[in-house]
Design a binder for this molecule. Structure first.
Ligand code: FAD
Length: 517
């Protein structure tokens, strides 16, 4: 990267002059590195969960830290993602539960009269929670002495970030700018009748009939919310099966539990090629669908609303990367396993850019909140000179539908392909919620936990769960995978009775040829 070290673009030179004239950096004193004095030890650009996680760890390591927040502390997760979506899922899940007279009756409960909800209050629950969590994040940063700079940060050369017309310097810089919803070509979003998750989370109305483009975890969670609140849903999925990112066996159970009993239908193998917004109560949204292979028009759907849940793109434009000689790949900043930014993809001979890191959604390694935060911690470890790499194969993922779906590691298909290539045998074992006392006590006996193992070594290769509290259950498996605990040892571990964890106990024991009951 020596080629970029001496580079001083025009806007940087201007900014440097601003700084010299204003002289406003005298109060800041940071690291001394190779004879250079910096304002901070580390500057973090972006204050989502990734940036926040990095900042907290930086402070615990005694580093003088500043975060550029772009006036959006909490980022996607807190303001437009995990937090408000889980609030909507919690409220709408209660509505579904209370409307399920059959289920309640089985527990000896009857509810008189209609179950109603107030849309605005449900929406306010989500918005208030997001604000509260955002406030907590802000307070934690302040309490730890992290300087929060409200401006947007732009790279202004090695060790330099510019914001609000000033240049700030740091020995190390971490980019954590996150991601934005992806809107495919041909789709016009008015964020009223055609919207991404950003608009959907505001729950400005509950449409009678809504199409959801994409059946990944975001689309699926929204289908859970909408059907609980009374909407009908049609999924439009480009792949030839619904929920294509799930292990196929889990997707089949998910279809039985999350799709078939609900007011949901779907089209697969089709693209929504043109989506035109409507006018609520007057004109429907129209969706033209083409065959994913032949590209021929197959159907035009008219709906009240359309949610676009087709994935997310990195928010890496206008970060000053090009000026630093950094090429992105489809917008994703390329990093090595230590989160160090590369000039281009590793496969194309990308070289490490000294003292520059990128974490979270923007590097595309694993677009999840806890992965972003773990990468932030890892970047700081590396900055401190302790080589560290996040093991992304053991990071769990969850979809917070009712019931939840969660997994870690390889699907059975992927494990078999790996086994064939590397010459090992793959085994699987299933634990059932219907055989679990706690699940039966809750009246929630649906679901399975599937454990996929390397039969030769006993290593866990993947675990896939659909059932009550799957998102909590998966953690035991992720920890076991990270600790490389073989299934023979897991099968000997004692699980609390009666808990849902015993579903896993059954699966672990089954994997070594024993029975749990
Ligand atoms: C509807 C929805 C539900 C989700 N649910 C879950 C879930 O249940 N579990 C889960 O693990 N993940 C979930 N996610 C994904 C999760 O939100 C992201 O993986 C996570 O937010 C990524 O964190 P990040 O720090 O990389 O980026 P972000 O959270 O996107 O934060 C980046 C921040 O940087 C700011 N920024 C960008 N450029 C600059 C700049 N130049 N200067 C200053 N600031 C800048 C942005 O405005 C933003 O505030 C969900 C996402 C969505 C959309």
């Amino acid at each position: 990267m020596s080629a970029t070290r001496g580079f001083v673009p025009a806007h940087v030179a201007t900014a440097q002059r601003v700084r010299e004239v204003s002289g406003d950096v005298s109060h800041r004193q940071g690291a001394l590195f190779m004879g250079e004095q910096f304002d901070y030890d580390v500057i973090i650009v972006g204050c989502g969960v990734g940036g926040h996680g990095a900042a907290l760890h930086a402070r615990s390591e005694g580093l003088k830290t500043a975060v550029f927040s772009g006036r959006d502390v909490g980022g996607t997760c807190v303001n437009r993602g995990c937090v408000p979506s889980k609030a909507l899922l919690a409220a709408s899940g209660r509505v579904r539960e209370m409307k399920d007279a059959h289920h309640l009756k089985a527990l000896g409960i009857s509810v008189e009269g209609d179950i109603t909800y107030d849309r605005a209050s449900v929406a306010a629950h989500a918005a208030n929670l997001a604000n509260k969590v955002k406030g907590n994040l802000e307070n934690s940063l302040k309490a730890l002495g992290v300087e929060v700079i409200e401006a947007k940060g732009v790279l202004a050369g090695p060790h330099k970030v510019m914001g609000d017309g000033k240049v700030f310097t740091a020995k190390d810089i971490i980019l954590a700018p996150g991601s934005l919803p992806f809107v495919p070509p041909g789709v016009t979003c008015d964020e009223k009748t055609v919207f991404t998750s950003d608009g959907g989370l505001r729950l400005e109305r509950v449409p009678e009939y809504v199409a959801i483009i994409g059946s990944g975890y975001i689309g699926l969670e929204f289908s859970d919310v909408y059907t609980a609140l009374g909407s009908e849903v049609t999924f439009i999925e480009a792949m030839d099966r619904i929920m294509p990112t799930f292990d196929p066996e889990i997707a089949r159970v998910a279809e039985r539990l999350l799709i078939k009993p609900r007011a949901i239908d779907y089209r697969t193998g089709v693209f929504a090629s043109k989506v035109t917004p409507g006018i609520p109560g007057e004109k429907p949204v129209t969706i033209e669908m083409i065959d994913a292979k032949t590209k021929e028009l197959v159907e035009v759907l008219e709906v009240d609303a359309c949610m676009v849940a087709t994935g997310r793109v990195p928010n890496t434009k206008e970060l000053g990367l090009e000026e630093m000689g950094v090429e992105t790949f489809r917008g994703f900043v390329q990093v090595d396993e230590n989160m160090r930014v590369l000039t281009k993809p590793e496969t194309e001979g990308g070289e490490v850019v000294p003292n520059l890191y990128c974490i979270g959604d923007a590097n595309g390694k694993l677009m999840l909140a806890h992965a972003a935060s773990a990468q932030g911690v890892s970047a700081i470890e590396n900055i401190k000179g302790r080589k560290h790499a996040v093991d992304h194969n053991t990071v769990p993922a969850a979809c917070f539908t009712h019931p939840e779906v969660a997994f870690v590691g390889l699907s059975e298909e992927q494990a078999k392909a790996k086994g064939e290539k590397e010459g090992f045998k793959v085994g699987k074992s299933i634990g059932h919620f219907r055989a679990n006392s706690k699940a039966l006590a809750e009246g929630e006996p649906d679901g399975i936990a599937k454990v996929v193992v390397n039969k030769d070594t006993g290593d866990l290769l993947g675990v896939h769960i659909i059932g009550l509290h799957a998102a909590d259950l998966i953690q035991e498996c992720a920890n076991a995978m990270a600790a490389k605990t073989p299934v023979s040892e897991l099968a000997m571990m004692v699980h609390t009775h009666p808990t849902l964890c015993e579903v896993l106990d059954e699966a672990f024991k089954g994997a070594v040829g024993r029975t749990a009951h």
